[in-house]
Ligand binder design. Structure first.
Ligand code: SAJ
Length: 406
């Protein structure tokens, strides 16, 4: 069985490494954070994801998964590090490839001829070729007459947080190498453990196909968000309108919400825009509609609050989507912070997926509901979906997440 070195033990690298270890691969997990490494070696999960705790424990107990700060020699290297954009304030954000570069730099000294390097991080077009070029520069001894003696491919991760373990195995995968041999090697590797189809292509097509998936979703959510604001302005229930329109056999409108968050859909469309800024008005506009939706929700809550002398406001949900604990680029958190900036301690934040959160006190759901004049439902977490609507009868309700469909 091959050995695999996984660079980055976050939402993608950790489930992938744990899964491969339970399938018998010898997995070396690498992360720059000492606390993450320690927690994994103790079999403790540093993130929230259904069933991953059990998988991690069995991976660690089998002896097939060990975590460390530095990589070591292996047959396959998987790069699963963040690819955010630079917060440089420009109106077209620039992709930040520093984590990919750092991970490639870290594995370069331990690479050997015949190894397979796979970039799983969602990346702008051209990144996989940059990884191969970088390896060639760092390790000229691995450059033969035929080119690089290491195979390099892109296989973008496609898993949905909350369903990672299932989707890791069941989803079809797109694999594109820097040359046909790299594609074949990587396709072969994924076919060993993926039940979905593994589709071979070139690395640039693989990179763009992943960006297209997330940009497609962003544009469609923007449509739903714009529609929700139109409906509000003309006094129509948006949830009813979408339900009715979706009865058409070729229409499938997505759900409006408090905005689009997370580290994927709110980021990846910019990788397309930044590569062709002059010809991407639609993708750019979708981003601004979705970002604008959070501000619109905040303004609506503030407007309702202005009718009270000392309003108590309950924010239900802080995460970027239902039933997870991930607060990265969360519209709900941004809205809660905007409310706190105006109403301070009168704002109560409820986040059932977190025990505590730095700098923002959390209030139990029942306490918040009891005290609040205004209830803003920002995320459709399960405990909120199970609420008895009668509890809210006396409250001003702003349901951005569509839990009560009002
Ligand atoms: N959202 C809406 N309305 C909807 C659907 C989603 O407002 O109808 C919001 C969510 O509340 C959230 C955001 O969009 O704030 C994104 O949530 P999501 O569940 O659609 O997607 P992510 O970001 O968790 O994961 C996406 C997935 N991509 C697609 O569905 C095309 C996942 O498969 C990718 O692997 C992941 O991005 C990634 O890592 O790129």
């Amino acid at each position: 069985m091959q050995s695999v070195c996984v660079m980055g033990l976050g939402y993608i690298g950790l489930p992938t490494g744990s899964f491969l270890a339970t399938k018998g691969y010898r997995v070396y997990g690498v992360d720059v954070r000492a606390d993450v490494v320690a927690s994994i070696n103790e079999g403790r999960l540093p993130i929230v994801e259904p069933d991953l705790d059990i998988l991690l424990k069995s991976a660690v107990n089998s002896g097939n998964l060990t975590a460390a700060l530095e990589p070591q020699a292996a047959d396959v290297f998987i790069l699963a590090v963040p690819t955010p954009f630079l917060a440089d304030g420009s109106d077209t954000p620039t992709p930040d490839l520093s984590y990919v570069e750092a991970a490639t730099g870290a594995i370069a000294p331990v690479l050997a001829a015949g190894n397979l390097v796979i970039l799983e991080s969602t990346s702008p077009v051209g990144t996989t070729e940059r990884v191969a070029d970088f390896i060639g520069r760092e390790r000229p001894d691995l450059l033969g007459r035929e080119g690089l003696k290491v195979h390099v491919a892109h296989c973008p991760e496609r898993v949905l947080p909350g369903r990672i373990l299932l989707e890791l195995v069941e989803n079809d995968r797109v694999v594109g190498g820097v040359d046909p041999e790299s594609t074949d090697r990587a396709v072969e590797f994924y076919r060993e453990f993926v039940r979905g189809e593994v589709l071979g292509t070139d690395c640039r097509s693989a990179e763009l196909s992943k960006l297209v998936e997330n940009a497609f979703r962003d544009v469609n959510i923007a449509f739903a968000n714009e529609l929700s604001m139109v409906c509000e302005s003309v006094g129509i229930n948006v949830w009813d309108v979408i339900r009715l329109a979706n009865r058409h056999p070729r229409v499938s409108v997505l759900q409006p919400g408090a905005g689009v968050g997370g580290h994927c859909i709110a980021v990846d469309p910019w990788f397309i825009v930044s590569s062709a800024p002059e010809i991407t008005p639609l993708i750019r506009t979708a981003r601004s509609v979705n970002d604008g939706k959070s501000r619109w929700v905040l303004e609506r809550i503030l407007e309702r609050a202005s009718r009270f002398r000392e309003p108590k406001i309950a924010c239900l949900g802080l995460a970027f989507k239902p039933d997870i604990d991930d607060l990265r680029q969360s519209p709900a958190l941004e809205i809660a912070r905007g409310l706190i900036a105006v109403h301070g301690e009168r704002v109560m934040c409820v986040e059932p997926n977190l025990e505590s959160f730095d700098g923002l006190p959390l209030t139990p759901l029942s306490d918040a509901l009891q005290q609040a004049d205004i209830v803003a439902v920002l995320v459709a977490h399960r405990p909120f979906r199970e609420l008895d609507a009668a509890l809210l009868e006396e409250k001003v309700l702003i349901d951005a997440a569509g839990v009560f469909r009002v």
